[in-house]
Design a protein around this ligand. Structure first.
Ligand SMILES: [Zn+2]
Length: 413
């Protein structure tokens, strides 16, 4: 069983690594982030793991197996944070992994295949505007050129940030993971309200959603609000408003594999109380773990906009900002984690992940499983982020069993 005392101590220690202000501010490759990484490396060493750091600064602690030539079972997460975030996003997964190694040591567990605990750098997009960069580097999806283009608010490039820490952006190829791990597991806080609402301490992730993002401009006609009769208007905001509600309707109608659709920004010009809006601009974010569902919502939505705007005499311009690929996690790992939950009597549900995670890159390379635990009120990326130690300990137990089981040489899914 996971030790809540040990976990609580690690969380208390991690809380110290912050740039000050409210909550935890541990932006990637800043001083507190380096201190946190050093603390985790120290814990891994203490537990007898053999450490290596790659060119991007990712830290991998290896528990050698009885068959060192076999592909390792990998697990891990990140410890960098958003500004004024919490001490649980990412950190809970890393500390649960540390606790899993504690448990293995305690019981004298001998793993046949090697086990590797990975601490991924720069998972949050807060500093350089791009997420999961450490795991991208390990999966061969990040080049030195990319690191030169990514800059923080002060204009410091990721390339220079890495150089200043004696890391090696020019040698990123060397950080590409050789071969494929046998499996990858990540525990993470849910960052949503589903587990809490369902009263379940464990969520087994079926897939990781990715956004399709658009900027849509509606061009109507700015006119006098008093002198223009209702039938003679070309109101851009009315056209945009119809679109906002249609997106809600379309996403809600996906009841098989769910989809979510959000208009987070709306701006209106000229923006005066006595002028009919001439231009309205909205941002659209559509997500699902199914690429087909996401494509179908996107298609119906854009078709609706064209038709409804035409009726209103409003011109539209749809600009695609990004169209990322969602990842389905394999049935085998979902079933495997469900079986472990059943054996341990842990109440659980299967669910999609709305947020991106390091695990999505590993899912392209190996059988990948993710375990969610609740966070209070579903709050995350916020100073009030909080996860119950009982849930963290239960998640650590399940993570530990999953890794131990998969590390058997003759393990079959
Ligand atoms: Zn995270």
């Amino acid at each position: 069983m996971a030790s809540k005392e040990r976990l609580a101590k690690d969380f208390a220690n991690m809380e110290k690594f912050s740039d000050g202000g409210e909550g935890i501010t541990r932006l990637a490759f800043t001083r507190p982030d380096r201190q946190a990484a050093a603390y985790i490396a120290g814990r891994m060493k203490e537990l007898g793991l053999t450490l290596r750091e790659d060119a991007f600064g990712n830290i991998i602690g290896r528990r050698e197996g009885l068959f060192p030539g076999e592909a390792p079972v990998m697990f891990g997460s990140h410890v960098d944070s958003v500004p004024s975030g919490g001490n649980f996003d990412g950190t809970a997964g890393v500390l649960a992994a540390i606790e899993a190694i504690e448990m293995m040591n305690e019981e004298g567990f001998k793993n046949e295949c090697p086990i590797e605990l990975a601490l991924f750098m720069c998972e949050e997009s807060s500093r350089f505007g791009a997420a999961t960069l450490g795991s991208r580097a390990m999966c061969g999806l990040l080049t030195a050129e990319d690191t030169k283009k990514l800059k923080d608010r002060q204009g410091v490039s990721l390339y220079d940030a890495l150089k200043s820490l004696d890391l090696d952006p020019d040698g990123l190829e060397s950080s590409v993971y050789k071969g494929n791990p046998k499996a990858f597991f990540e525990m993470h806080i849910e960052q949503g309200k589903v587990l809490e609402a369902e009263g379940k301490p464990i969520g087994i992730v079926t897939g990781i959603a990715a956004p399709t993002r658009m900027k849509i401009t509606f061009e109507g006609m700015a006119d006098h609000s008093g002198a223009t009769p209702m039938g003679m208007r070309r109101d851009a905001l009315c056209a945009a408003s119809e679109a906002v509600l249609e997106l809600e309707r379309l996403a809600s109608a996906e009841t098989g594999v769910p989809a979510v659709g959000t208009v987070g920004v709306i701006s209106v010009k000229p923006g005066a109380i006595n002028v009919i809006p001439g231009t309205a601009e909205i941002t659209v974010d559509i997500r699902s773990i199914s690429k087909e569902v996401k494509a179908s919502v996107t298609e119906s939505f854009t078709a609706f906009i064209k038709a409804s705007s035409e009726k209103r005499g409003v011109k539209t311009n749809i600009e695609l900002i990004s169209d990322e690929k969602p990842v389905m996690l394999p049935q085998e790992t979902v079933k495997y984690l469900e079986k472990i939950c059943a054996e341990t009597g842990a109440p659980h549900i299967t669910m999609p992940s709305g947020a991106g995670h390091d695990a999505m890159h590993w899912a392209e390379r190996t059988r990948t499983g993710m375990i969610f635990i609740p966070c209070r009120g579903g709050i995350s990326h916020n100073k009030d982020e909080y996860a119950d130690i009982d849930h963290i300990a239960l998640g650590a137990d399940i993570l530990c069993r999953a890794v131990k089981g998969a590390s058997a040489k003759d393990f079959r899914w």
